[in-house]
Design a protein around this ligand. Structure first.
Ligand SMILES: C[S@@+](CC[C@H](N)C(=O)[O-])C[C@H]1O[C@@H](n2cnc3c(N)ncnc32)[C@H](O)[C@@H]1O
Length: 431
């Protein structure tokens, strides 16, 4: 059994409650390009950096999402490494971190795109992807994209692939613009852990031209406007070259030793959200996956935090609060999924290896800020923040504080009366 000292819990809701959600990025140039519900705000990162006695030299986000930490650091002149598993989020991040756009060139490309789309009347064959639920085909009762919408999307993809190699840097911008609208033009919405059909979806009519218009307007009124607003910015640090696509459980090992002095991150929560599933429209329609094996591979490279695939039993860290929670799960007769105990073990075992692999990469006294939320299964709260802090303590970190950021509702499946604490765990590499 691992012995740890008392952890200080503080109420920091006045500081953080608005900052741990992505909505703070709504009017922030570049950050606003793709709304990631699970993300935090640029202001969250800026405040943490402002809290340090000295400006950090090298920051790191092992669960980068759409790059909020890396972009905020870039704006503040701080080098930041990042790792992200989703190829789409990775491309969104890289689109935002680029500083070599030419506003005039991009504006002309949008004009050219618009002219092309106006002439699109031809019928496209169905995209060659294995998933069968996306398109309106005979005999199917429900589908995600109506035919005119699919045609509109395919027109845009077709034109994107005609982009000359010399203008390749704009390709991801168009992906971001299209990716930002896929859910709104579809028949589904993101409903927490999954995609659900919109009410009266059969009656909603979106024309092929509507899809074109949304896309072009977004390119012009959001992307181009933001690129123009940054035209005179002097960028000293280019984090574009410091971000990597893949599984941070492995990739952390490639970072230079003793290099990082600040970590600001938010790992997937232990809330059974499968990012590969929730963001499947972006992944399948934008060409990141076309076969189920590819989807499965992506899913397995994500941190263990959902039950969409059977999770092998792993040895979990020996922490009293975790042992107690696992013991509780064994007493529950009807968990909504039988893989939940293994998922819980896998989550903490994965996070333990993140802490282990990260340690040699950190400078002495490096600070870590981890935004996470507690979870509930079998009508009991799992104190994820406390357990993570204790795992970190056992691996060479000092748990300085757990700051309550806000309280959030648990999902319907978890059915507990009390709200769940979302917090910021503050750790320091012990010297
Ligand atoms: C809570 S989100 C982070 C959002 C980010 N803070 C932002 O503001 O954009 C967690 C991210 O971890 C990523 N992720 C999951 N497993 C991963 C892994 N093994 N390696 C790297 N990233 C992973 C998910 O794809 C997701 O983007």
């Amino acid at each position: 059994m691992i012995e740890t000292k008392e952890i200080l819990y503080t109420d920091s809701r006045d500081l953080y409650s608005d900052l741990v959600s992505f909505s703070g990025n709504k009017y922030q140039p570049l950050h606003r390009w793709y709304s990631l519900v699970e993300g935090f705000s640029s202001e969250f990162v800026r405040r943490i950096i402002g809290e340090q006695n000295e400006m950090p030299k090298v920051c790191f986000d092992p669960f980068m999402g759409v790059g909020t930490t890396a972009l905020t650091c870039q704006d503040l002149g701080v080098k930041c490494y990042g790792v992200e598993n989703s190829p789409f989020f990775y491309d969104v991040t890289r689109a935002k971190l680029r500083t070599d756009y030419d506003a005039l060139e991009f504006s002309e490309l949008i004009d050219d795109f618009e002219i092309y789309l106006r002439s699109c009347k031809h019928v496209h064959p169905l995209p060659e992807i294995e998933t069968k639920t996306l398109f309106q085909v005979e005999g199917r009762e429900r589908w995600i994209f109506n035919d005119p919408v699919r045609e509109g999307i395919t027109d845009i993809l077709e034109k994107m692939h005609l982009l000359p190699v010399s203008l390749n840097k704009y390709f991801n911008l168009f992906k971001v613009a299209l990716g930002s609208h896929l859910v709104s033009i579809s028949n589904v919405f993101r409903n927490g852990k999954c995609l659900s059909f919109k009410k009266n979806w059969e009656q909603k009519i979106i024309l092929r031209e509507d899809v074109h218009k949304l896309f072009i307007n977004y390119c012009r009124n959001v992307l181009l406007v933001d690129i123009r607003s940054k035209a005179n910015a002097v960028t000293q640090i280019h984090n574009y070259v410091n971000v990597f696509r893949g599984d941070s459980r492995q990739l952390i090992q490639n970072l230079p030793d003793n290099s990082i002095d600040l970590v600001i991150t938010s790992p997937p929560y232990l809330n059974s959200r499968d990012y590969t599933d929730i963001y499947r429209l972006e992944l399948w329609m934008l060409g990141y996956v076309s076969k189920f094996v590819e989807e499965k591979k992506l899913r397995s490279s994500a941190l263990t935090s959902h039950v969409q695939i059977a999770v092998a039993e792993t040895e979990s860290p020996d922490i009293p609060e975790l042992n107690e929670f696992l013991a509780h799960l064994h007493t529950v007769e009807s968990l909504w999924n039988k893989n939940i105990p293994n998922m819980v073990k896998g989550y903490f075992s994965d996070m333990q290896s993140i802490f282990e692999n990260l340690l040699p990469k950190l400078q002495n006294n490096a600070m870590l800020y981890i935004n996470v939320s507690n979870s509930a299964y079998g009508n009991k709260i799992c104190e994820v923040d406390t357990i993570l802090a204790k795992i970190a303590e056992a691996k060479g970190y000092e748990a300085l504080e757990i700051r309550t950021a806000r309280y959030i509702n648990s999902s319907k499946q978890q059915s507990i009366a009390s709200k769940l604490r979302e917090s910021v765990i503050v750790l320091k590499k012990s010297s």
